[in-house]
Design a protein around this ligand. Structure first.
Ligand code: C2E
Ligand code: MG
Ligand code: MG
Length: 599
């Protein structure tokens, strides 16, 4: 049985399709009774409840019946013929014409001994009859209901499930996709449809035979189900026990997967990558080792807008496109997302080689004392120099480095390079300054980080007290205790900690008192409107006051004008950073600035 409630995914209702012998599934069937006499309905219900049925909807007003049936999608309807307003005949006729209700089994409740009525109801598609009053035919009622439901369950199984893989088939897929798109629209959620085809399936089946083909499909179904079960997407997707049935087999070597409630297109890409990985590992069929690949096309809502047929067509043509180009990968149906992904993939591939190729550079931006304009320190800012003319800013590649884990070696390199540079400058005779390095949340996930950093600082010969690590507020969204512990390790070595981009992230201030901080950096967004907006001035003054009260050094970021600087002087801000004093500069240019003659 595959009927569904208003907000219930049709494929979720029953992970395992009900079968004739499966009593519990039968007892769970949804039974609607339409009769203008409430007592009749109550009696029928009471008898059926005695047997164990538990899922009833009673409708007295037959004019509301069709709408309720559409919403409830029951497994069985018990219908009175003689009713005011809409008669049982009318309703039966409407049901048989309804695209989604036309297979609904209908048992007619009739006191009428009029055979003409019965014949007419049969003509209109009644499944069976029950004589009213029901109390005299209790056993008959049980038997008729049970048999009708069992027949429907069997029929549903044949209609909605693929006998080879036991996966729901194209019919149930189309219903689920319809449902998914409607819910996604109603709840403003994102949905992805993956269309998956095993690349060499037809060829292998032709050469190894039909049975081998079946075996391949069964084995891949198991692998796909395992992937779907294992999707955790770092909490980005809601996964429940029903997820496996969101996998469908359409025909031949073609499967589909519906991902409900995804957070971004990237979720769909990750699942596609996992499926491809699962397919790639060797398959043993008839003592032959097979290496297969698949082509996957992905259509996402709301990026694409259309009905279920349109979405399937999009995903399927994206899949065909992959296949025509040799298979073994995935592609989005939207050109825009595809281009983004192509760019991202090539950037990712290049990023993996940056360290070997010496393409990463560090620029340094002075941190300057507000009152004296003396350089108190510098901040190391990473640049990726792809070639002589092209420099990629950190915002473009740090997120990729974070996702791929490359941030760990890159972060260690930055730390090593910044320490080495400071040591070289010191040997070059500059006045003592501090060095600040930015850290991503992902680096704090790495348990070894504090120890590794300690070693790096030690090897460079500089004092740990001259180092500051800058972290952002979004770092404390999860796993706070662990991260605070890592911060304390760093502090114990003498390294200072700054809270970067303050005021833009996490909204709770209570964490400020728990963090072992030394500096607070007010985000540059507050300075953009400083003189257009009195509220920005109020916020900046308050943040400076807050920072002072907590005994922290306050730094203003992104100071571009003299007016901004004089405001900071009046507000007793300690340090500032910004284009007014200097942009981030390559090390040799900054060295010139640091030499005593220029200081
Ligand atoms: P951030 O740490 O807040 O760095 C300040 C950013 O503001 C820098 O951008 C800097 O060039 C820019 N900036 C400074 N003064 C001004 C100004 O007066 N006006 C304007 N419009 N901008 C100014 P950048 O270098 O592009 O860095 C962006 C972000 O990338 C940094 O923000 C930091 O979060 C991250 N980042 C940079 N290097 C690293 C690194 O080595 N590791 C990690 N994990 N993140 C890094
Ligand atoms: Mg910073
Ligand atoms: Mg900042």
């Amino acid at each position: 049985m595959q009927s569904a409630m208003a907000k219930e995914n049709p494929s979720e209702r029953q992970a395992a399709p009900a079968f004739q012998g499966d009593t519990d599934q039968l007892l769970n069937a949804r039974i609607v009774i339409v009769d203008d006499e409430p007592t009749t309905m109550e009696v029928v219900k009471a008898y059926l409840e005695e047997t164990g049925y538990r899922n009833f909807v009673l409708i007295e007003d037959s004019s509301r019946a069709l709408a309720t049936l559409e919403r409830q999608r029951p497994d069985l309807l018990l219908l009175d013929l003689k009713m005011p307003q809409v008669s049982g005949f009318d309703l039966l006729r409407d049901i048989r014409l309804h695209p989604k209700l036309n297979h609904l089994p209908v048992i007619i409740l009739t006191s009428s001994s009029d055979n003409q009525d019965k014949l007419q109801a049969l003509d209109l598609g009644a499944t069976d009859f029950l004589a009213k009053p029901v109390d005299s035919s209790e056993l008959q009622l049980q038997l008729r209901v049970r048999n009708t439901l069992a027949a429907k369950a069997y029929q549903d199984r044949l209609t909605f499930y693929d006998p080879l893989t036991q996966l729901p088939n194209r019919h149930l897929f189309m219903e689920s996709l319809d449902w998914g798109l409607t819910s996604a629209r109603d709840d403003e959620e994102k949905l992805a449809l993956l269309c998956i085809e095993l690349d060499q399936f037809d060829k292998i089946r032709d050469t190894m035979g039909l049975l081998a083909g079946d075996e391949i499909l069964r084995q891949f179904t198991l692998r796909f189900q395992k992937v779907v079960k294992g999707i955790d997407m770092m909490g980005r997707m809601e996964v429940d026990e029903y997820v496996p049935v969101n996998l469908f087999r359409l025909d031949g070597g073609v499967f589909t997967l519906i991902l409900h409630r995804i957070h971004s297109e990237r979720d769909a890409a990750s699942v596609a990558a996992c499926l491809l990985e699962a397919i790639r590992s060797v398959l043993l069929v008839k003592n032959t080792e097979l290496y297969l690949t698949a082509s996957i096309g992905i259509a996402t809502y709301p990026m694409e807008e259309g009905d279920s047929h349109f979405m399937l067509q999009l995903a399927s043509s994206a899949k065909d496109h992959v296949k025509a180009n040799g298979g073994g990968t995935f592609q989005f149906s939207s050109r825009r997302i595809n281009t983004q992904y192509q760019q991202r993939l090539s950037l990712e591939a290049r990023l993996r080689k940056t360290l070997d190729r010496n393409e990463l550079k560090i620029y340094y931006q002075p941190k300057v004392e507000v009152q004296t304009n003396r350089i108190a320190g510098v901040e190391a800012l990473l640049r990726w120099q792809i070639n002589e003319a092209t420099i990629i800013p950190p915002d473009k590649f740090i997120p990729i480095a974070e996702e791929t884990g490359l941030i760990i070696p890159i972060g260690q390199w930055v730390m090593g390079e910044a320490c080495r540079q400071l040591s070289a400058w010191q040997r070059g005779g500059i006045a003592p300054i501090g060095m600040a390095v930015n850290l991503s949340p992902a680096q704090f996930q790495n348990k070894q980080m504090p120890a590794v950093f300690k070693q790096i600082v030690k090897n460079s010969g500089i004092s740990p007290q001259s180092m500051t690590l800058e972290v952002t507020e979004n770092m404390f969204l999860d796993d706070v205790d662990r991260k605070i512990e890592s911060m304390r390790h760093l502090k114990d070595q003498g390294i200072k900690l700054a809270l970067d981009d303050f005021g833009t992230g996490y909204s709770s201030l209570s964490y400020l008192k728990n963090l072992p901080l030394d500096e607070l950096k007010i985000d540059r967004s507050f300075f953009i409107d400083l003189f257009k907006d009195a509220k920005s001035r109020a916020l900046v003054s308050t943040m400076i006051y807050l920072s002072r009260s907590l005994n922290l050094t306050t730094i203003a970021e992104g100071v571009e004008t003299d007016e901004q600087l004089s405001f900071l002087k009046k507000s007793a801000c300690d340090l500032y950073q910004g284009y007014l004093f200097s942009r981030p500069l390559p090390p040799d240019e900054l060295f010139e600035m640091l030499l005593p003659a220029n200081g």
